[in-house]
Design a protein around this ligand. Structure first.
Ligand code: PEP
Ligand code: MG
Length: 562
């Protein structure tokens, strides 16, 4: 009999396929555990060498058939597995009476610590060493290796949640869909699924009972998983497979009546910006500058920052690039700037607030942005994250002016900034709503917690009301109307994009892969229809009701399988 599981759909698509479960993480062996009874050090060393050879050969084989990022990750890991010095140190420990598992664990720990201390590229290699160590221990124990499982046929990957290292080797031609029992709409799993275009459901807590070989229907639109699907699910998957393919984005977002809605991209590196420009993005609506700070123990130099920002600006010469100043803290901790002992980091010294705690970093960043702008042809707008009051907005605008940056703005992520939008936007040139944080703060639900995923949904009518308040505040700003854009994950949902425009949002910024779908659906409504649809969403009593009322008004969503 079929069985239904509810979760949160975070990436559209409907497929049927067999389950493969992500193996659990390998637990650490006991510290310095002795050689097993009756086993000599020579025998144990031979066993360890054999396990190491098998792991290296397996990784090399996979690297040879993989492409792109996956091939690079597998090659680097294979190289680490063949590293003689790692095996030598482990063998020395075996010779002194430690069992193979504990020896390789300890030896790899020492190598990883040394690499981490070197910083930069070498520090990133520490993860490869730890991955190799887990694979060797799995081989010694005769249990499945950690990481994405291998299978002859494409499968639905079920996991608790996926870590960045897991997803680097995720091959979208082998994985049909992702289902996690944990995670939330902004988890790494959700972000990766959207960027690969894989159907995905997160926070489906009950799916832990699914086992290898179970056949499931995954509905990333409705957020349901069905074990032993029947004819109805088969028909839905069939209809999805024969959907009309989306036209490429033509580089000019607009409604059916020609009302312009510039479609911009969220980017996190120079390479990202190049891809976004190639996808037709009309500019960058959110440059997450953390990419040049995260994972570092010290602040990047002026030159490093200028080079990093230039790489993005050069990809959008002649277009708008909205730079968000450093947003450290909470989900983006930075050792030299944030205090990891705070009891509530999301409510702590984060975003713009870090400037008061550690003065200088923001000023130096603004100087680097200004120098990068001067050397490029991009039209640079600069905004601060986590602004809560009009006086913070005014202080930030003054900082920008001092640095020679002409277009200062604020992110509206805190409900107080939304409620005070008229006064806040009066101090700056524009506002951009960060729906990820605005949702977590409106609903008082940590965006990183899977069990709270239902609250962390930008379709929550309370969030939509605050977006409308922000747009109204921007329109009534002292000195004339100020544009209000949105740059959180919300605009990537084409149905929600229509609602946002109906609420008064001027520009939408999203993952570049969402551009064709959003552009196609915006073209099916005029401004009057978008406003009427937005009213329906505002009047709903729940996120689910808002979503379903709006989807009902947009029949083209089904045509395109969105
Ligand atoms: C947001 O909060 O919506 C946002 C765009 O910022 P981030 O996701 O980087 O916090
Ligand atoms: Mg944010």
């Amino acid at each position: 009999m079929s069985q239904r599981f509810a979760g949160v759909g975070v990436s559209a698509g409907r497929v049927i396929g067999p389950v493969r479960r992500m193996p659990e993480a390998i637990p650490a062996p006991a510290d310095g555990a002795p050689l097993p009874e009756g086993v000599t050090a020579e025998q144990e060393s031979a066993r360890l060498a054999e396990a190491t050879r098998t792991v290296a050969a397996g990784l090399k084989e996979r690297a040879a058939t993989a492409t792109g990022d996956a091939a690079a990750v597998l090659k680097a890991t294979a190289l680490m597995a063949s590293d003689r010095s790692l095996l030598k140190s482990a063998t020395r420990l075996v010779a002194s009476g430690t069992c193979a598992e504990s020896a390789i664990w300890e030896a790899a720990d020492a190598v990883a610590t040394q690499l981490s201390a070197l910083g930069g590229y070498m520090a990133e290699r520490a993860t490869d060493v730890l991955d190799v160590r887990a694979r060797i221990v799995a081989e010694l124990r005769g249990v499945p290796a950690p990481g994405i499982p291998d299978a002859d046929v494409p499968f639905v990957l079920c996991a608790t949640d996926l870590a960045p290292a897991d997803t680097a080797t995720l091959d979208p031609t082998r994985v049909l869909a992702l289902v996690t029992s944990g995670g939330g709409p902004q988890s790494h799993t959700a972000i990766v699924a959207r960027s690969l275009g894989l159907p995905a459901i997160v926070a489906a807590a009950e799916t832990t009972v699914l086992a290898d070989g179970d056949v499931v229907f995954v509905d990333g639109i409705d957020g349901t998983v069905v074990r032993e699907p029947g004819a109805a699910e088969a028909a839905l998957a069939e209809a999805y497979a024969s959907r009309v393919s989306l036209p490429d984005f033509d580089g000019s977002g607009a409604l059916a009546d020609g009302h312009r809605v510039p479609l911009l991209a969220n980017v996190g590196s120079g390479a990202d910006a190049v891809d976004a420009a190639a996808a037709g993005a009309e500019g960058v609506g959110l440059l997450r500058t953390e990419f040049c700070f995260l994972g570092r123990d010290t602040e990047p130099t002026h030159g490093e920052q200028v080079r990093a920002y230039r790489a993005v600006f050069d990809a959008f010469a002649g277009s708008k690039v909205v730079v968000r100043t450093l947003d450290a803290g909470a989900d983006k901790p930075l050792p030299f700037l944030t205090d990891d002992s705070e009891p509530n980091p999301a409510l702590g010294v984060r975003g713009y607030r870090t400037d008061a705690a550690v003065p200088g970093v923001l000023e130096r960043q603004l100087a680097a942005i200004a120098d990068a702008e001067a050397a490029s042809g991009a039209e640079v707008w600069t905004m601060a994250p986590m602004i809560s009051t009009p006086s913070e907005a005014a202080a930030f605008a003054a900082r920008c002016a001092h640095a020679g940056l002409k277009t200062p703005g604020v992110m509206v992520e805190v409900p107080s900034a939304a409620v005070m939008a008229r006064q806040v936007t009066s101090e700056v040139a524009f506002a951009s709503i960060g729906t990820n944080d605005l949702t977590q703060y409106t609903m008082a639900a940590d965006r990183q917690l899977g069990p709270l995923a239902e609250f962390n949904d930008p379709w929550q009518p309370a969030v939509l009301h605050l977006i409308q308040t922000t747009c109204d505040g921007g329109a009534a700003s002292v000195g004339g109307p100020k544009p209000v854009g949105v740059c959180g994950e919300a605009p990537a949902d084409p149905a929600l994009a229509v609602v946002l425009v109906g609420l008064g949002v001027a520009t939408l910024s999203m993952n570049r892969r969402a551009l064709p779908a959003v552009a196609a659906i915006l073209k099916t409504v005029d401004l009057a229809a978008a406003r009427r649809i937005a009213e329906l969403a505002l009047g709903a009593g729940s996120a689910a009701e808002a979503r379903s009322l709006v989807r009902h008004e947009l029949p083209e969503l089904d045509v395109f399988g969105l």
